[in-house]
Design a protein around this ligand. Structure first.
Ligand code: ADP
Ligand code: MG
Length: 481
């Protein structure tokens, strides 16, 4: 029996996020995923002698955006350094990175856990270029190299060792992915490697202030795997400790086939990367004006929307979180609220029929922009009792999506408008009561629950056109006389 409860896990995460720029960090080569191997490799990417790199300002802008969204301090004086090492998919023999001057310093990401909100403290966010890709699973005898990815801009986000469970690590990465997508700085696509995570893990006795020896699990490419790898490592380290084993600093890899990790190498003392400022790249200075300008272009963040929407629209936190999962959805909701005051109705329609329609037809919110005035008209008709929800969502909504037009015109043409006319409803009510004398007698003896049955019958008879509120009123009146 392991004494899990004696120990505390300590975790620090390094996330590499590929920036969604069109070209690479220091040259014009395209960054698009999925191109034929080695087609986006100019002499600059290959590091040929005499080539001159030039910094992509869009990448700097994106890194600053992420930094500002996380409350980081933005460094004014920056330079790029060469990190020297040899690797087959690193054609230059060095990686251009930021060594002592990360562009964003400190900052935090908030996560929402079962134990309440927690702050994940960042150490830094820095810019660097990606390496190429070594491919081991195509040829049985050779390693193939694709250099398309070499030189692609990355930000590396490094947390302090302040995470204490696999679950919190999972929530943190989920939040970071949502944030990069929200800002539009990275597509967050883990399967394609746009977002990758290294997890550093150690254990210590609860109450200890010093950090234990860490292991690093490299290149985790799904959020689920991050959680599994950390869970596995925590248990393995505690088991080692409890059975008198020695924890050594190691680099490990995750085996998704059996949810375990295995050692790739014991960490040499300290790598000697012989960092020095890249002599081909001028240091860059960021002015306050430039940083404020980027700040002004930041979209409102989900946490702010939570406050705004609960204040001005009176929506529940649950509804707001649902609508703020994706920026296009939140933007669409905001557009709707500019044209209707039925906020809760709009939210319900978005989380119900509209989402369903988009999923079924593989469409995006952008495809619905032109329909906004019609949707707003539809919500009003439901709120005013001219359409019941089921007719509105199953018939009118589908009708006006297929053939964009005013829902009022469509409903009128197809004879779907709900009637509130007392005379018309009275006739249906009389018919229903006449056809059900037994039930009427039971009702009069006190079985008041039967009112629902009568309303249902009137609804059927009217083909959904009798307004339920008016129907109920008329029924109650007739049955009490
Ligand atoms: P390295 O030089 O090995 O990359 P860093 O000090 O740069 O180490 O830290 C890398 C990541 O590892 C950071 O996220 C940091 O919070 C985390 N980390 C550092 N020491 C520990 C430790 N003892 N246990 C868990 N995480 C750690
Ligand atoms: Mg590291």
């Amino acid at each position: 029996m392991l004494h899990m409860g004696k120990y505390e896990a300590v975790i620090g995460l390094e996330i590499h996020a590929q920036l969604s720029t069109e070209s690479k960090l220091f040259c014009g080569d395209e960054t698009r995923f999925g191109a034929a191997p080695n087609t986006h490799v100019s002499p600059i990417t290959l590091g040929h002698p005499g080539t001159l790199p030039k910094t992509n300002t869009k990448a700097i802008e994106y890194a600053i955006k992420m930094g500002l969204a996380c409350g980081c301090e933005i460094a004014k004086e920056n330079y790029f350094a060469r990190k020297n090492y040899f690797y087959p998919d690193l054609p230059k023999g060095y990686q251009i990175s930021q060594h002592t001057t990360p562009i964003c310093i400190g900052g935090q990401v908030m996560i929402k856990t079962n134990e309440g909100e927690k702050k994940i403290q960042l150490n830094r966010i820095h810019l660097e270029e990606d390496a190429g890709k070594s491919i081991h699973d195509i040829s049985p005898t050779d390693t193939l190299i694709d250099l398309n990815r070499a030189g692609t801009p990355l930000i590396e986000m490094v947390t302090e060792p302040c995470i204490h469970s696999a679950e919190d690590a999972f929530l943190y990465v989920t939040e970071v992915r949502k944030l990069v997508r929200w800002l539009g700085v990275c597509d967050g696509n883990m399967e394609e490697g746009s977002l990758r995570c290294d997890a550093n893990i150690s254990i210590r006795l609860k109450g200890d202030a010093t950090l234990g020896t860490k292991v690093e699990v490299k290149n985790l490419n799904s959020i689920r795997n991050i959680k599994k790898a950390i869970e596995y490592e925590i248990e393995r380290l505690i088991h080692l400790k409890e059975t008198g084993g020695n924890i050594i600093q190691q680099t490990r890899s995750f085996d998704a086939n059996n949810d375990t990790t295995f050692s790739i190498r014991d960490k040499e003392d300290a790598n000697d990367y012989r960092y020095f400022p890249d002599p081909d790249l001028a240091p860059f200075h960021l002015t306050n004006e430039y940083i404020s300008h980027i700040q002004a272009t930041l979209p409102i963040l989900p946490n702010q929307l939570k406050k705004d929407w609960s204040n001005s629209f009176g929506l529940s936190i649950y509804d707001i979180e649902q609508l703020c999962e994706h920026k296009d959805e939140a933007d669409f909701f905001l557009e709707l609220t500019k044209q209707t005051k039925h906020y809760k109705t709009a939210a319900n329609w978005m989380m119900g029929p509209i989402r369903e329609y988009l999923n079924e037809n593989s469409l995006q919110y952008a495809n619905l922009t032109k329909a906004i005035p019609y949707l707003v008209e539809l919500f009003d008709m439901v709120e005013e009792g001219q359409l019941n929800f089921s007719v509105a969502s199953n018939k009118v909504f589908k009708g006006i999506m297929e053939n964009p037009q005013s829902p009022r015109a469509y409903a009128t043409k197809n004879n779907l408008i709900q009637t509130q006319s007392t005379e018309t409803i009275e006739i249906w009510v009389e018919e229903v009561l006449a056809a059900n004398p037994d039930k009427v007698a039971e009702y009069k003896k006190g079985k008041k629950g039967l009112i629902g049955l009568f309303v249902g019958e009137v609804k059927k008879k009217s083909k959904g056109k009798a307004d339920p509120k008016t129907t109920t009123q008329i029924l109650e009146q007739k049955l009490s006389s």
